[in-house]
Design a protein around this ligand. Structure first.
Ligand code: NDP
Length: 450
């Protein structure tokens, strides 16, 4: 007899969802967590990030309001109020997560879990046996080593800085760097974003990347490409950052958002036969099984798509398959995603280059316009929308947008795309007027055609 049917390591999005559902199917479940309930998303990721994005967007909204008749100065921003209110909300969510697991009758074991053998996990000197072990330990920010790298902070620390950084350097060109550049720029800091390549947001559609560079620069971020940090040193008035192009910038903080690595330290993987990829992720099959048949892994630790809703879907598929008698699998095609910069980027499906490689001949539609709100506010901001259509089937295979609420708009578009919507279906859909989203059903003129 084992102590548990399922022992989950890590109470983040994927781990909690898998534990809760497995327990719902009648499995005896334990979850070990040594840090915070809810994992990265709740504590140092999606949730606090979105709260800070809301805070940042007020900055420009106060100015926008003037031409709509609102009079008065721009209110002063107080970092401590935002930070501490955020802390209180996250503490509330930590309790919600505890209650969710308690309600599902899963045991929560506080402490660092180490795998002892294929069916045994140790936490705080106590051994627990389990039929199946699920590793859902997520990822951890990775800062490369260079002179002064210990002076840099990561997204783990940036939320709770004691002082607001009036001057901030951000290194990286992915989701986190772009989102934090927008947050601190909106809150009033002088932000310099440094990216090592010719154009940031690698992996996104080329036109979105170019539009994002233009809009983010216009919004006030000092965006510099083809440059990296050589060293960081403590200067007389803050940190001195020496760049590879010879420039020196003086800032109050340097945020490194240069990717995340699987969180495997101290997990005891040397005691079992779990294969690790060259990139340092746990290798799993389509059912999240590792090369050790009783050990499974999902979410960021496997490094497929590091997104909370993907980890949730994987957790559900795992629980249904292993404990619910169903053969669910996650379909990774047409997963929508958003970057919460200003304005937002929302995207689903293939980039134009990917679509051309996969489908051959395409028809591409685009629209660039000033959002209606800014005809009066006077803000110099442009929305960009793009539809990519497979010429053979007429199916819409890629939709990309940068504009207000792109994240919200893209969720509905993703449903249509998963249902196989063709361009003809988009065209026959009546728009909601006046919205930006209606543009997606009124794009008539082909921009590029193969
Ligand atoms: P990303 O992998 O998205 O981006 C890392 C960036 O850092 C890239 O631009 C990369 O450049 C650059 N980089 C890597 N190594 C170095 C180095 N040694 N020196 C300088 N630059 C370097 O990672 P993030 O940390 O931004 O985010 C991690 C993951 O979290 C994302 O992939 C995403 O899945 C998830 N996330 C999702 C969000 C959302 O859904 N809104 C929000 C935040 C995070 P290059 O392109 O040249 O490799």
């Amino acid at each position: 007899m084992q102590d548990y049917d399922l022992f989950v390591i890590g109470a983040g999005s994927g781990g909690v969802r898998a534990a809760r559902m497995a327990a719902g199917f009648g499995a005896k479940v334990a979850v070990a967590e040594d840090r915070y309930m809810g994992g990265t998303c709740v504590n140092v990721g999606c949730v606090p990030k979105k709260l800070y994005v809301y805070a940042a967007e007020f900055g420009k909204a106060f100015k926008d309001a003037r031409n709509f008749g609102w009079d008065g100065g721009t209110p002063a921003f107080d970092w401590a109020t935002l930070r501490d209110n955020k802390k209180a909300e996250i503490s509330r969510l930590n309790v919600v997560y505890e209650n969710v697991l308690a309600g599902a009758k899963a045991d929560v074991i506080k402490g660092r879990a180490t795998i002892v053998d294929a069916h045994t996990v140790a936490v705080g000197g106590q051994h627990y046996t389990a039929g199946k072990i699920l590793i859902a330990t997520g990822g951890w920010p990775h800062i490369p080593e260079f002179p002064g790298s210990d002076l840099a902070i990561s997204s783990n620390e940036v939320f709770d800085l004691a002082q607001f950084p009036r001057r901030l350097a951000i290194v990286g060109g992915g989701y986190i760097s772009v989102e934090f550049a927008g947050i601190f720029n909106g809150l009033g800091a002088k932000v310099t974003q440094l990216y090592r390549g010719p154009l940031f947001l690698r992996g996104f559609d080329a036109d979105i990347r170019a539009h994002a560079a233009q809009e983010i620069s216009k919004s006030g971020v000092d965006l510099r490409f083809e440059v990296n940090v050589q060293s960081i040193a403590v200067g007389r008035d803050g940190l001195q950052v020496l760049l590879t192009d010879g420039a020196i910038i003086e800032v109050d903080a340097v945020l490194y958002a240069t990717g995340r690595k699987a969180n495997l330290e101290g997990l005891g993987l040397e005691n079992v036969n779990v294969e690790i990829s060259d990139a340092g992720n746990i290798v799993v099959d389509t059912d999240y099984c590792t090369s050790e048949p009783s050990i499974f892994a999902l979410g960021d630790v496997v490094g497929r798509m590091e997104l909370t809703p993907v980890a949730l879907a994987e957790g559900m598929a795992f629980a249904r398959r292993q404990f619910g008698g169903r053969d669910d699998r996650v379909d990774y095609e047409f997963i929508p995603t958003a970057v919460f910069c200003q304005p937002n980027i929302g995207t689903v499906g293939y980039t134009e280059d990917e679509a051309r490689a996969k489908f051959g001949r395409l028809r591409v539609f685009k629209s660039t316009f000033r959002p209606m709100k800014h005809t009066l506010s006077g803000r110099d901001e442009k929305t960009f929308m793009k539809l990519i259509v497979d010429r053979t089937s007429d199916r819409v295979v890629g939709v990309h947008m940068m504009g207000p609420d792109a994240g919200e708009i893209m969720q509905g578009i993703a449903i249509a795309m998963r249902a196989g919507a063709t361009k003809a279906v988009f065209d026959s859909t009546i728009g909601i007027h006046p919205t930006a989203a209606e543009e997606f059903v009124t794009m008539r003129d082909v921009w590029r055609e193969d």
